[in-house]
Design a binder for this molecule. Sequence first.
Ligand SMILES: O=c1ccn([C@@H]2O[C@H](COP(=O)(O)O)[C@@H](O)[C@H]2O)c(=O)[nH]1
Length: 232
Amino acid sequence: MNNPRIIVALDFSNKKQALEFASKLDKNLCRIKIGKELFTSAGPQLIEQLMSYGFDIFLDLKYHDIPNTVANACRAASDLGVWMVNVHALGGRKMLIAAQEALSTKKTKLIAVTLLTNLNKSDLYEIGLNEEPIDIVQRLALLASDCGLDGVVCSAMEAPQLRKIISKDFCLVTPGIRPLNGNKNDQARVATPQEAIQNGADYLVIGRPITQSNDPLLMLQQLNYEIEMVQL
Ligand SMILES: O=c1ccn([C@@H]2O[C@H](COP(=O)(O)O)[C@@H](O)[C@H]2O)c(=O)[nH]1
């Protein structure tokens, strides 16, 4: 597979568990996402190791700070040679532009988180955002696109609307993916893998449905098969 669409969220607490799990995966069937928990415990050395096994790495640290700080963090991430890194779109235009300009190699894709997929309308109301999730996601995605970023993180529920208004090269990365009738855990805005692809998602971030499966490789193969069926 030239362009694996599944990004496995390697949400483990330490390097040993993460490497053991990664050894069960196939680099031709997935990319790997390293988030805050694993990066804090294992650091950049783990990224280098996984890249040496041939995996593309999405460094999901969701930077959100003043422009100078975020720009320097993005430069450090692209120096590591990761495939993708992200920031929060809520950091605003100046931060997004500084981050984009700071990448040391344009081989690293920079994307912006719009609204976390665990948030629903009442969570948003509580923090003073009295709008539909889709309206907020759309506004932040347009901002990210205007600032020259490569794409956004959104839920697959919002992908159809974004596909109507932003160029097809703009990458939509969708967590909150659950098999039909699967446990939602702490996710709110969810979709099945088939729905995500039909809705126009480019990449599907999938954690627990794969990491907690009895046979992760088989699960990965099945999910890829389901995705391919939609693409035919
Ligand atoms: O809006 C967002 C942004 C990032 N994530 C991350 O994706 C995975 C999802 O894991 P699951 O186990 O499939 O729920 C996780 O690492 C999150 O930090 C997200 O869920 N939503």
